[in-house]
Each structure stands twice: as structure tokens, then as C-alpha cells.
Design a binder for this molecule. Structure first.
Ligand code: WTA
Length: 662
């Protein structure tokens, strides 16, 4: 199946596994080193998941009490559970067992915002720090099952914060530090978080971020919070609330550097992570301890072909699922050295990534298509002279990668000598679900290729919900059976969990993405089919942005859609109608963009805002976003049937408006 007929080559080039990976002299032997071996393992994993995952969980995790049942429940009731009677602690698995065996091994390399500001933390030190913070949290009254909000820059203390929560069975909810105070407040309130862990300021790309001030603003209307623990990152003067705010270093100095890990049931929650869905309010996706940790460890081992001396660099932010799984839980479960990057790909120059790879001898490098596209556009010269020869596996995540960006990554970064893994997954899947395996799967630029172990992907007809069998089919992507690291619920809202993922197509987990399986069986992700937009790999719902706009006193109605953008994948276009007697002006459009920044965060700023007289609506008043999408993406000639519009003449007005703003 891996041989390509000559006539297809021009259409879909196939890249065989790079020779270097299979050559014992130049790389450790990949765990899965042939396509046949992959197929055999995958078959076992979906046909007999009990045996497969029981063995894998014993190999990769340390259990304080063994499980007897591997798996129960299913998609029908949304009661999936794995390793039911088993007990383990995620922080023990990520820290203690490695600290005991190898205390001087580096757990975290922190590459600070400024070049050459590096801090290394060994497993021995990590155990002490995590223990201390766990004791501090206990002294603040935090107990097993309490929710803790983490709003921190990309510093080692953020990793310590996650693991300290896990150690005492508190449930962390990390909020990406680019979110506004309103967004932070909503997440704190939804989870009734008791404590917030934060810093005085963040630093990114040479600029300071007023982290503590944002927290203070959020807490004006978040009554559940009793304490705020503040790490001193820059030493800036920050506002202080006596009785609530505490300095991290003061409390840590008082705490004992050992804390016994709390035994957790495999199904006890490990964390919440809020993510955007089709409707307005973000949902608190809940992951549990055993299954999630297994997914995290297994994917780092097999998809990144992690070997003991490797240096693993995932350039994501801890505030997103990619940071949770591939900076913290996955690499640390395996006892790896993980790199934490505080800066941006272009600070101080677009060579920064390559400087980092060279300096720290990175072996696995994981980033997003947006970064790859931006660096490609800035020119190849920024890679000149850098030694990237330690790299073996380079990964991409977060959005579809266009073949041009894939080819550039493969040639300029991988030097055609690395496995390129285009990894598809979601906050809800916990870990990667569709991906190449470095030593086993030949790749096609732009395709995430084949399912990971335990994943049985299906392509469904979006209307009938029937499985589209065989190859050369397009539809929506679903998964046919439960896997260990899937989310178990939406916090305090199991209905929403069922409605979003398990009810749209009965008996399946629905991803919300469109996908094709090509003639060779390769999976191609086509992007979201719901109202979620993906800007630079950041997931946003159109409804969330619309609500932010409507909060502005001038706005009557808003409709937001995703436009195509060469750099960011998608970008936000917002159409608004104004309240009577309000005049459209450039100033107002700017003000509305600011409004979205303020309510959600800078990364959600619309690329274009159009104040218009009317929106395209059906006679029953439903906004037809499809029409807006076509107009913005220069497909106004393919609008299709507009006769269902209450007033078809709005279309010309909209086309005119968009044209004049371009
Ligand atoms: C998209 C990020 C194409 C997809 C890990 C998914 C991708 C959403 C890929 C989840 C990929 C992620 N190819 N699309 N390799 N990876 N996506 O929850 O639309 O932030 O549903 O998780 O990103 O975004 P989330």
C-alpha cells in the first residue's frame, strides 16, 4: 500500500520514512519501524483494547493500586471510564519516580524571554518545588477535588503549579495568559475556583504583561476566590489586597519540601481546560487521571519516538491543551527533559527557534503551522548557519498545514532527514488521535495520515450519519469507540457534553471537523464544520465574539465568520448593524475591535469589522453566515440560492462594503 503509482506522484507526493531514522548508526531504532508493525499494533489496539491498554498502562505508568477492570461505559450514555479500581498520582508519575531513580537529570529547560536566560531544573529539584507548593496549597485550605485557577506566564513555576495541584488531588484550570480579565473571571466563576496562582507580570517578546492587574480586575466579580498566590517574575510594583494576596516566595520558604502524593482514582479529575464550542460560553472540558496520563505518555513515546536522552521541545503555551499534554504531562510521564519556551518565534530575531534547537540540542520539535508559515515568509536566511542536526522528529499541530508550509518545514528545518508528524487532535481528545508514526508511516504533505493506537476514526455522511466505507470519501470525522484519554464530561454540564460530542451522531464521538480519506486510506482534515474558527491555532467560537460585540452600546446585531488568511489560517471578520442614530465611522470600527480585545483577549481581535445597514437573514430572521463567508472569501459568484433571504438586495450592499474595505 505504500508504493505509489507513478501517475499519482504529481498529485500527492509520498515521502518514505527518512533513512536516517531506520539506520542504527544515526538514530535509536524507532519503536514502530514498519508499516506492517503499525498495522498489527493498531489492529490489536482497537480489536482488543482491554489487553492492549492494560499492558501499555502497566508499562508506562506506576499504579499505587492496580485496576481490575480496564474499561467500562460507552458513547451511548457518555459514561466512559478506564482502569476503574486503579489508583495513581499524576505528580508521582511525572516527578517522584524519576527523581528517585535519577535526581540530577534535567526535567525542565527554561528558555526565558531574553536569549541566554536559561534555567535548568532537575527532577530532584522539581520534586522539592512541587512538594513545597503542594504544602502551601494545603495550608491555604485546598483539598482534594477543589478547583484552582492558574493564570501564569511560561515559567517553570507554571509547571510546578500544575503538578502541585495534581499532587494533592486539586483540579487545575489553566487560563491562557493572553485572555482578558473578563474571560478569566468567567472561567474562575464557572469552576468556583478557590485559589488563583499567578505572577506579578509576564514577559513575552521583550514586552511586559500586567498579569496581576488582570487577575485583580477579574476578581472584582469572582467571589469564590479566597487566596491569590503571586510569583515574582519581574519585580514590578503590583496592586495588593491584604488578606487575600500572598507572595509565592514567602509561602514557599515556610513549606516543607516533601509532600506525600494523594492516591487518586484513575477516574478522578486531573484538570479542567476551558475551550470554545459552537455556542457562546466556553466549556470546562474535564480530563481524568489514568486515561489522560496514559494517552499523554503513549503519544510522546510512539509519535515523537521519544528515547531516554532526547530533549523534547514543544513550543506551545501551557494555557492550551498542547502545552498540558506535550510540555508537561507527556514528556514528564516518561522522565524526559522538556523545554519550556517563554518567548516568541521572532524575538529578538526570526532565528530564535533555531538558536534554541542548536543550543539545547533539541531532538523533537513541535510547533503550529502558523509559526511555520510566518517563518517561511520571513525568508530562509534566518536558518543559515544553525546546526539543527540533532532533530529527528518535527511536529505540527493545531490547524491544517498547507503542503507548501509542510515542504518548507521538511526541507529547511528537517533537512529531509527528519520525520514530519502532522498531528491531529483536540482539547477533548486529550492526546493526538490521527498522525504518522516516525519510523512506520510514509507521509503526504497536508495529511495527518493514520489513526493512533486505540482510535477507530470513521467518516460519516453529515446528513444521514451513515459511515462512508472505503476510500476516496469525504464527510465529517467521528470516532467509533472510546479511547483512554478522551474527555469525560463538561464541568457541571454533562448534558452539554452529550449534546456536543455524543448525540450529533449516535454511537460515535463527533469531532466537529470535516475530513476525507483518500484513495490510499490517508486521512485529510478539512477544518471545522461548526461555528468554531481557528486563528493561528487558537480556537474561538463565532458566538463568543458576537456576544463581545453586542456588549458595545452602539451595536444592534453582530455576525462573525472565519475568512481565509495565508498566515493565520483563518481570520475573524465581523459584521455589525448599529443602533438607531449611531453613525458608522472608522473610529467606531476601531473601538469595536478594541471591545473584542477587552472582552476576550488580544488574540481574538477581528481582522475586519464592517458596520452595515442590514445582515443577510432568512424570513424567519436567522442570519445566513454562509453568505457572509462567501463574500469575504471572494466567492460572491458562488452564493447559490439567495431567494430564501428576506431581502435579497442586502447581498449587493455587503459585497460593496467588503470590497471597499479591502
Ligand atoms: C484543529 C489543539 C488539522 C481541528 C490540539 C480541531 C487540526 C481543533 C490539527 C482543536 C491538524 C488540530 N490538522 N486541523 N493537525 N490539529 N486541528 O482544541 O479543527 O485547541 O478540531 O486542540 O484544531 O483545537 P484545540
Amino acid at each position: 500500500m505504500m508504493t505509489v503509482e507513478a501517475e499519482n506522484v504529481a498529485v500527492d507526493p509520498i515521502y518514505q520514512v527518512p533513512k536516517r531514522l531506520l539506520d542504527k548508526a544515526s538514530a535509536p531504532t524507532p519503536y514502530v519501524d514498519s508499516f506492517e508493525k503499525y498495522q498489527e499494533l493498531w489492529k490489536q489496539s482497537v480489536e482488543d483494547p482491554d489487553t492492549f491498554f492494560s499492558n501499555l498502562s502497566k508499562e508506562l505508568l506506576s499504579w499505587s493500586k492496580p485496576f481490575t477492570t480496564v474499561r467500562s461505559g460507552g458513547f451511548e450514555q457518555g459514561d466512559v471510564a478506564w482502569f476503574l479500581e486503579g489508583e495513581l498520582n499524576a505528580s508521582y508519575n511525572c516527578v517522584d519516580r524519576h527523581a528517585l531513580a535519577n535526581p540530577n537529570k534535567i526535567a525542565i529547560i527554561h528558555e526565558g524571554d531574553e536569549p541566554n536566560s536559561v534555567r535548568n531544573i532537575t527532577y530532584g529539584e522539581l520534586l522539592q518545588e512541587v512538594s513545597r507548593l503542594a504544602n502551601v496549597l494545603k495550608s491555604l485550605g485546598v483539598r482534594k477535588g477543589d478547583n484552582i485557577a492558574i493564570y501564569m506566564p511560561m515559567i517553570p513555576e507554571a509547571v510546578v503549579a500544575l503538578l502541585a495541584c495534581a499532587r494533592i488531588g486539586a483540579v487545575h484550570s489553566v487560563v491562557f495568559a493572553g485572555f482578558s480579565s473578563d474571560s478569566l473571571r468567567d472561567r474562575i466563576v464557572d469552576a468556583s475556583a478557590k485559589v488563583v496562582l499567578t505572577a506579578d507580570e509576564g514577559k513575552r517578546g521583550g514586552k511586559a504583561i500586567a498579569t496581576k492587574r488582570i487577575v485583580d480586575q477579574a476578581l472584582l466579580t469572582a467571589p469564590s476566590v479566597e487566596s491569590v498566590l503571586v510569583f515574582r517574575r519581574t519585580g514590578a510594583d503590583v496592586p495588593w489586597t491584604n488578606g487575600r494576596d500572598l507572595w509565592w516566595h514567602d509561602e514557599m520558604a515556610k513549606a516543607r519540601p516533601y509532600c506525600a502524593p494523594e492516591p487518586m482514582n484513575a477516574e478522578d479529575p486531573l484538570f479542567l481546560l476551558y475551550t470554545s464550542g459552537s455556542t457562546g460560553t466556553p466549556k470546562g472540558v474535564m480530563h481524568t487521571t489514568g486515561g489522560y496520563l496514559l494517552g499523554a505518555g503513549a503519544t510522546v513515546k510512539y509519535i515523537f519516538d521519544y528515547h531516554p536522552d532526547d530533549i523534547f521541545a514543544c513550543m506551545a503555551d501551557i494555557g492550551w491543551i498542547t502545552g498540558h499534554t506535550y510540555i508537561v504531562y507527556g514528556p514528564l510521564t516518561l522522565g524526559a527533559t522538556t523545554l519550556l519556551f517563554e518567548s516568541t518565534p521572532t524575538y529578538p530575531t526570526p532565528s530564535r527557534f533555531w538558536e534554541v534547537v542548536q543550543q539545547h540540542k533539541v531532538t523533537q520539535f513541535y510547533t503550529a503551522p502558523t509559526a511555520i508559515r510566518a517563518l517561511r515568509r520571513l525568508g530562509d536566511k534566518w536558518l543559515d548557519g544553525y546546526d539543527l542536526s540533532t532533530l529527528r522528529v518535527i511536529g505540527s499541530v493545531g490547524e491544517p498545514i498547507n503542503p507548501e508550509a509542510w515542504e518548507w518545514y521538511n526541507e529547511m528545518v528537517g533537512k529531509k532527514n527528519c520525520a514530519v508528524v502532522d498531528t491531529y487532535w483536540q482539547t477533548e481528545t486529550g492526546s493526538i488521535i490521527v498522525t504518522p508514526l516516525p519510523g512506520a508511516i510514509a507521509t503526504k504533505p497536508g495529511s495527518a495520515t493514520f489513526p493512533f493506537f486505540g482510535i477507530k476514526p470513521v467518516i460519516l455522511d453529515p446528513t444521514s450519519g451513515k459511515e462512508l466505507e472505503g476510500n476516496d470519501v469525504t464527510g465529517v470525522l467521528a470516532v467509533a469507540q472510546p479511547w483512554p484519554s478522551m474527555a469525560r464530561t463538561v464541568y457541571n454540564n454533562h448534558h452539554r457534553y452529550l449534546d456536543t460530542y455524543l448525540r450529533p451522531y449516535k454511537g460515535y464521538y463527533f469531532t466537529g471537523d470535516g475530513a476525507s480519506r483518500d484513495k490510499d486510506g490517508y486521512i485529510w482534515i478539512r477544518g471545522r464544520v461548526d461555528d468554531v474558527i481557528n486563528v493561528s491555532g487558537h480556537r474561538l467560537s463565532t458566538a463568543e465574539i458576537e456576544s463581545a460585540l453586542i456588549l458595545h452600546h452602539s451595536v444592534a446585531e453582530a455576525a462573525v465568520i472565519g475568512g481565509h488568511d495565508d498566515l493565520t489560517g483563518q481570520c475573524i471578520h465581523a459584521f455589525t448593524t448599529l443602533k438607531p442614530n449611531i453613525e458608522d465611522s472608522e473610529g467606531l470600527e476601531k473601538e469595536l475591535a478594541l471591545q473584542v480585545r477587552k472582552v476576550i483577549g488580544p488574540f481574538a481581535t477581528p481582522k475586519a469589522i464592517y458596520c452595515v445597514n442590514d445582515l443577510p437573514k432568512t424570513r424567519s430572521g436567522k442570519i445566513m453566515r454562509r453568505i457572509l463567508r462567501k463574500i469575504v472569501n471572494n466567492e460572491a459568484d458562488q452564493l447559490g440560492d439567495t431567494s430564501t433571504l428576506a431581502d435579497p438586495s442586502v447581498v449587493d450592499m455587503l459585497i460593496e462594503k467588503v470590497k471597499s474595505s479591502q
